[in-house]
Write a protein that binds this ligand. Structure first.
Ligand SMILES: [Zn+2]
Length: 252
């Protein structure tokens, strides 16, 4: 007798009758592009059709962003020259411009005939939403249950123009980094992607670090329930003070 196991979608209460890669499969180079297999045992979670099909455009946006990021390892750079270049040629450079807001302010510096560096402000809202979805997927994969709470996304490697945002972001990034430092590395292709998760899962806030191409790191705070101290901690509260030996600093 066969038993049918019905699993729940990682994002909603719907039936997870498809499977979704977290992070998306496209960021893992194929053998034909890179000469080595970096698609071993990719992480998959059950997903309903809506949450699987709705974000293929977002997958491509993430791919172009990550592979274009200047300080990647060799795998990221090779992926940029291979698949990502093909994607860019197909969409005639539109994707690169889509990464940024204030498109009028983009600065481009040509390095040689083929390469140039573009400086601009990335669309952080769109990126945050994408990383938030990945964070839901990783939680489901790691704990075999859906995360029911709020997720906050912080970027380790991006520069913030505004001094207060910069300080606050740095504070959170350091806090989560300290929590996950030395923890096990999950992900079978760590040159492309791995994550680390805080062991103190009984606490109200759970920290996670995702690392892409060994260089672009995203920190996640999973907030399980509401509490004024934790709201301040992850930046929901209006005002946050940090106590230091030289006195309190108001950072928000
Ligand atoms: Zn769903």
């Amino acid at each position: 007798m066969k038993h049918l196991i019905i699993e729940q979608c990682y994002m909603c209460s719907g039936i997870g009758n498809t499977s979704e890669h977290v992070p998306p499969k496209c960021i893992f180079p194929e053998i034909k592009d890179i000469g080595q297999d970096l698609r071993k045992n990719l992480i998959k979670v059950p997903s309903c059709r809506k949450h699987n099909n709705s974000k293929s455009g977002e997958d491509e946006f993430l791919l172009v962003f990550l592979a274009s990021y200047f300080f990647n390892n060799e795998i990221g750079s090779q992926h940029l020259r291979g698949k990502v270049s093909r994607t860019l040629v197909r969409s005639a450079g539109k994707q690169i411009r889509e990464l940024f807001i204030n498109k009028g302010k983009l600065k481009e510096i040509k390095i040689d005939h083929h390469n140039s560096i573009i400086f601009g402000t990335p669309d952080l809202k769109r990126l945050s939403d994408i990383f938030e979805t990945i964070a839901y997927g990783l939680y489901r994969h790691h704990f075999k249950q859906n995360f029911d709470g709020e997720i906050k996304v912080y970027f380790e490697s991006l520069l913030y123009n505004d001094e207060n945002s910069k300080k606050f972001n740095q504070f959170i990034v350091e806090k989560i980094t300290k929590e996950v430092e030395g923890e096990d590395i999950f992900g079978r292709n760590p040159k492309v992607f791995f994550y680390q998760i805080s062991k103190k899962s009984d606490e109200n806030i759970l920290g996670l670090r995702m690392s892409f191409y060994e260089n672009f790191n995203v920190l996640i705070a999973y907030k399980k329930s509401s509490n004024i101290m934790y709201d301040a901690w992850i930046g929901i509260a209006d005002t946050v003070y940090i106590t230091t030996p030289s006195g309190d600093i108001k950072i928000r």
